[in-house]
Design a protein around this ligand. Structure first.
Ligand code: HEC
Length: 146
């Protein structure tokens, strides 16, 4: 016969398993996990990249976000625009990166990226990244080489 306390214990066990399931799901479906799986291999956990190969997002993102063209450029780079992430997922990753990588977090007045903006930029992926990046970087006052 199941005693009262044993019944409660098994009920707690079931609740615990459900709770764990919820946590696992929330963790898997998050911008941080999308970043880890789709971007981090090149951009590194803290966005610092690899000198000479992959730009330091902690430097370029805050600088390039300051202009309409720069903001759009950030979305048009091949690693992002050609990613398997959908527009909403990519927007979420960018908003997460802004909060996570920019020294001091998102700048005042930062307008979050949304799926529509990502979609627009993705219709114009960059063929020659540096042709667009160098003048934008120079105008924003960051090194044009990384
Ligand atoms: C295979 C390596 C690779 C992957 C994966 C990758 N990137 Fe990149 N990313 C680069 C390189 C290299 C650059 C420099 C521009 C170029 O040559 O494409 C760059 C540039 C960028 C830039 C512009 C920064 C600057 O200073 O010019 C952003 C923003 C960016 N990537 C975001 C992402 C996001 C978001 C993801 C994941 C969805 C991602 N990247 C995946 C390699 C990668």
């Amino acid at each position: 016969m199941i005693t009262g306390s044993r019944f409660m214990r098994s009920l707690c066990g079931v609740a615990f398993v459900f709770a764990l399931g919820g946590v696992a799901q929330a963790t898997e479906d998050s911008p941080q996990v999308d970043y880890m799986l789709r971007c981090q291999g090149c951009h590194v956990g803290d966005g610092s990249g690899y000198p000479g190969k992959v730009p330091d997002l902690r430097v370029s993102m805050p600088a390039l976000l300051g202009s309409v063209e720069g903001r759009e450029f950030l979305l048009r780079v091949p690693g992002a625009s050609l990613s398997v992430l959908d527009n909403a997922q990519l927007a979420r990753v960018y908003n997460w990166m802004v909060g996570e990588f920019l020294p001091g977090g998102a700048p005042t007045g930062f307008v979050p990226f949304d799926a529509a903006e990502v979609k627009r930029a993705r219709t114009r992926p960059l063929a020659d990244v540096n042709a667009v990046r160098i003048p934008l970087a120079a105008a924003a006052g960051i090194p044009t080489v990384y």
